[in-house]
Write a protein that binds this ligand. Structure first.
Ligand code: SF4
Length: 705
């Protein structure tokens, strides 16, 4: 009889971070199911997670390292990459090289990549596709709390009396959190759910109120809420006085943002807006969950702070059922933030601009050439590749030729770059076409390591399948290149547990301030000495994990302690503004985003046929009135254009759209159809503080073909 083994691992798709039971027979994955013990999903899996077993075939995998299209052995590839990088650094300095990584890689991969670039090459030119996903929320957290802290947890959505989903189609983008919310609503129908979104999405199915606001006007709406709370004295004065700074400036900044003014600014009915404001004032237990609709904006940081302001002045933070909640897109965007995988971070939630932190990390890593200033963020990084300032870029587990804004420009930049190294598990992404060196990497089911989900929960991804061909783990490839560059001792890792222990030790290194508190929020030093076996068996746990919280921590800020110099939260007075480019009279606003059954650029989900049954081809959602005006018929081909760039797809006429907007999925690439890269139409406008691009608001023309 054949024996079946069950391995507990974590889904590689979204930031919910569901536990997966993988059933293995004779070395093959035969089925997956949701782990009942995992706190995030409690036995559930969404359609993408349920199809994981259909995506692990070796078909389409990169099997061998390649230099200029020729198969080579690993030693040749390592020597080539190390010599080329060293030559470029010697001639042009460390800032002439860059790394662009991914929220798909594991924390251990991220840690080694960041250590090589910032610690030993000596440049902070390492950024991640998480820049496109949640960097505005990171910056908003840091401005308000002095730290990048997600204050609450998923359970808060179930405990709340009011849940506001803003800039989030939770039902499609984070289905299991949505299912938990829907169950809570079914059990307590008196619970209120409000969706704030220009589109009437699937998340509206359980909503008591949908506010289809003017695209990009969220900052006005939340300043209007702050005005309402202040004008009606619905404030937590004790919390403000003891734990917040900047109330007077905030109060003054929202003085003119009356209900009538806000309704006009947001193109909403006053009565509906007032209902939201009254509910928020009334319900102690309120959660505001925000995602890409807030973050992917030229004022994404301000919008995040406008939301957080409302929670702080009403004391709705750090308590069961009361928190602002940023939900991340990717499975390990949080892990990337923890190791410092963004160009403006150092490591373990330490800052590049803090001399004390630089000194600590330099000593911890024994890295005399540690980078001293922030590197280039994603859009600027590829601009620097295009201009020739960056001469070598190493792209790991991401497909920027499809996913970046102004994606055609990424093609041109890579085509003219002296050295493009691409590590990927797939052998045929759009980005690989520009690679001088291709490095085959392991993927989900083969890799060992950890990821952190949106509620700060660290979970293990476990390897149970053999890697095809010569594929190796990313942390291993990066360490080997580092060793070939001469950085021997610092990259002497023998397994992912080694990397994790060092990362955990760094998180707690000299992490006590003058008052005896942890100086930084992220501290998992309680895991720094775990054995290989304990690492192998590590159960999901929410950080921090240290002396004060050996079993992890559900919520932050219940003690009123923030990580600013004064230990008080900052209320940030923002001036709301609309997106950078408005539509001309013959244009509509393009919003790009995810659909329910696909993930990123489909290199994995595209392998599962049943995931194509939901939406099989690229499409453009358009309102019936707009379609009628432009003589566009359902299911016929339409062309979207801007700046000479064209996207072609079939029209999907739907009253879920506003008349001024279009929605297009971002997943398809030229590998599936020509003119199918939606993000090529997105203008490379960024938030000045976070560098996050404005994916949600690109003016385009649409015509019938
Ligand atoms: Fe995977 Fe996200 Fe679905 Fe959970 S909700 S199964 S993490 S895609």
């Amino acid at each position: 009889m054949m024996t079946t083994e069950t391995i507990k691992t974590t889904c590689p798709y979204c930031g919910v971070g569901c536990g997966v039971d993988a059933k293995i027979q004779q070395g093959n994955l035969i089925a997956v199911s949701g782990s009942t013990e995992h706190p995030a999903n409690q036995g559930r899996l969404c359609v993408k997670g349920s199809a994981l077993d259909e995506t692990v075939s070796h078909h389409g995998r990169m099997l061998s390292p390649k230099i200029e299209g020729q198969n080579v052995d690993w030693d040749t590839a390592y020597s080539h990459v190390a010599n080329k990088l060293s030559d470029i650094i010697e001639e042009h300095g460390p800032d002439a090289v860059a790394m662009y990584v991914s929220g798909q890689i594991l924390t251990e991969d991220y840690y080694v990549a960041n250590k090589l670039m910032k610690g030993f090459i000596g440049t902070a030119n390492i950024d991640t596709n998480s820049r496109l996903c949640m960097s505005s929320a990171v910056a908003a957290h840091k401005r308000a709390f002095g730290s990048d802290t997600v204050a609450g947890c998923y359970e808060d959505l179930e405990l709340a009396d009011l849940v506001i989903l803003t800039g989030s189609n939770l039902a499609w983008a984070h289905p299991i959190v949505y299912q938990r919310l829907a169950k809570a609503k079914a059990e307590r129908p008196e619970m209120k759910i409000v969706v704030i979104d220009p589109r009437k999405t699937a998340s509206c199915d359980i909503a008591d109120l949908h506010l289809p606001l003017k695209p990009g006007s969220d900052g006005f709406l939340f300043n209007g809420l702050a005005h309402h709370l202040i004008a009606n004295q619905q404030l937590d004065h004790g919390f403000i006085d003891q734990h917040c700074e900047g109330f007077d400036a905030l109060s003054e900044s929202v003085q003119q943002q009356t209900l009538a003014q806000t309704a006009m600014d947001c193109d909403l009915a006053e009565a509906a807006l007032n209902t939201l404001y009254q509910w928020f004032a009334e319900y102690e237990r309120s959660v505001t969950l925000f995602s890409q609709g807030i973050n992917q904006s030229s004022s994404g940081v301000d919008k995040g702070n406008a939301i957080i302001n409302c929670h702080l002045i009403s004391g709705k933070i750090g308590k069961p059922g009361a928190t602002p909640f940023s939900i991340t897109g990717q499975p390990n965007a949080m892990g990337g933030r923890e190791v410092g995988g963004l160009a403006n971070q150092l490591a373990a939630h330490m800052e590049l601009k803090n001399p004390d932190s630089l000194d600590k990390v330099k000593r911890f890593w024994n890295a005399p050439d540690l980078a001293q200033r922030a590197g280039l963020k994603a859009v600027d990084m590829f601009d620097a590749v295009a201009s020739g300032q960056i001469k070598a870029i190493w792209i790991i587990a991401t497909n920027p030729v499809v996913s970046m804004p102004d994606a055609d420009k990424i093609k041109q930049a890579l085509a003219h770059c002296d050295l493009v190294i691409v590590s990927d598990s797939s052998d045929s992404t759009d980005t690989l076409q520009f690679a001088n060196v291709c490095l085959p990497a392991t993927t989900w089911g083969e890799k060992e390591g950890t990821v952190t989900n949106s509620e700060r929960r660290i979970s293990r991804q476990r390897g149970f399948l053999s890697a095809p061909g010569e594929a190796r783990h990313d942390w291993q490839i990066i360490s080997d290149v580092a060793q070939h560059m001469g950085f021997k001792d610092a990259f002497n890792f023998t397994c992912s547990a080694d990397v994790f222990r060092e990362h955990a030790a760094l998180s707690g290194f000299e992490n006590i301030d003058a008052s005896g508190n942890n100086e930084r929020d992220f501290d998992i030093s309680g895991l720094a000495n775990i054995s290989d076996l304990e690492y192998q068996n590590l159960d999901p746990i929410q950080w921090p994990v240290n002396k004060s919280y050996p079993q992890g921590r559900k919520r932050f800020f219940d003690d009123g302690h923030f990580y600013t110099a004064s230990n008080k939260a900052n209320l940030i007075a923002i001036t709301p503004r609309l997106p950078t480019y408005a539509a001309d009279c013959d244009q509509l606003i393009l919003n790009t985003g995810r659909i329910r059954d696909q993930w990123h650029t489909m290199t994995r989900t595209g392998k599962a046929h049943r995931l194509l049954e939901h939406i099989a081809t690229p499409q453009v959602e358009i309102h019936p009135d707009t379609a009628a005006k432009l003589a566009i018929k359902n299911n016929t081909l339409v062309s979207l254009k801007d700046r000479g760039i064209e996207y072609i797809a079939r029209a999907n006429i739907s009253d879920s759209q506003r008349t001024d907007s279009l929605f297009v999925p971002m997943h398809w690439s030229d590998a599936f159809a020509s003119h199918a890269r939606a993000n090529s139409l997105v203008r490379p406008i960024q938030d000045a503080l976070s560098g996050q691009p404005e994916f949600k608001h690109s003016p385009v023309t649409i015509t019938s073909l």
